[in-house]
Design a protein around this ligand. Sequence first.
Ligand code: AMP
Length: 488
Amino acid sequence: MTKFSDLGLSEQVLKAVAETGYDTPTPIQEQAIPVAMTGLDILGIAQTGTGKTAAFTLPMIEKLAAGRSRARMPRAIVLEPTRELADQVAEAFEKYAKYHKLNWALLIGGVSMADQVAKLDKGVDVLIATPGRLLDLFERSKVMLNGVTMMVVDEADRMLDMGFIPDIERIFKLTPPTRQTLFFSATMPPEITRLTEAFLKNPVRIEVSRPATTNENITQYVLRVPHKDVKAKRIALRALLKTLDIQNGIVFCNRKTDVDIVAKSLSVHGFNAAPIHGDLDQSLRMKTLDAFRKGELTLLVASDVAARGLDIPAVGHVFNFDAPIHADDYVHRIGRTGRAGRTGETYLLLSPHDEKNYDKVVKLIKKEPANLELDVDYSALNDAPRESGRQPRRESGKTRGRRDRDHKPKAQVETSPAAIEPVKVEKKPKSAEIITPAEPVTTPVEKTARHSGRKAKTSEKSADKPQIDGPFGDHMPAFLMRATPFKD
Ligand code: AMP
């Protein structure tokens, strides 16, 4: 088995890596590090979770170790599509470069420009940036790119989704053609291929396979919610949460409005939960993530776009509040658990509205999650289940927004999922308690509730652009959130 010490890394870097607790390089690290050390360009086809951050950070540290930085002239740049990812790279850099005298600066929106400029003036070795902020500072002559010897483009396909490709192209043109480029993308759509053909020099293509769609450490369940009213799902989710011993978990919702509503509802019911999605203020997102990483926050309620790429280690439980519209998001979602040999449980709430999307998930993963029998008391629903074909009742006074992607959901067709190969279930959760809606929840989770009553804010420069639908877009204004009591 290859060891980190086989990859040509220096003693200082090996020591820093050992201190993070990693003993074996991941496949992308094993393949990319020796190539990057030779100075060749890399086209890495790898997803988040494969260890690609270290795959480019470690050789970058080695390459920069010899030289010195000059004012306003970074020697390396790392481009990330979102502020959170940039922040994670900075954290990784800090860890791995602890035995080197290398400086870095983070150029991301939502962080004081003056501090960033002051750092640049002193001279930084590595600039970790989102493309817009980097170009902004370049145009103000606060940074020069002609000293760049190494450039990393990370998550290129997400950059494409977010409309950053012209910016990337411009940054490529502003850096010396002699630079070494390490380019990573999970997929290779034609626009990305064109970019790599134009700006990479005979890159070594390194492809690591997608994480297994069905990791054996993950036990998947589906909980059928026999009501169309979205409130029923919140009741079911709470009933489910009460049966589980949760250290940390993520609740995924298709829509940003549901992220807000579900997080708020959970908080109101005493669970330690907070939302994260692209419309929330940057500093709030960072605080929430930080609390989650530290274990101070138990449940992160997230949209797919916000959660993708976030470095959240060792999540024990994943909850799919909805069946995702894109089946591959299910794989991303459940891949948040069962990592590094740990076990994980995932749950999908399946209401009649989710059947069509669920069907696509089952087809993709080629197995059907185990049916979870849970005795849920839906008597708090103030109307009877509706018949198929009728419109679901909307939340009173609320505008339901679009989900966190740009695909319009079509009318839901009720189909029964294709049972291809049932998942083998060895462990079943404890039987459910019956929830009396007004009753306070008494799990340990609630005792540390700190995040109730968070308000959503719209960030104009949000990297995950809000998608407009209805009077408030995909975002519930704070006044509405406060004014709308949760009766369930
Ligand atoms: P990345 O794909 O770079 O975001 O990394 C995904 C996760 O894997 C992060 O939580 C890293 O801390 C972790 N990781 C990276 N390299 C290794 C390794 N060699 N062994 C174990 N975990 C790792």
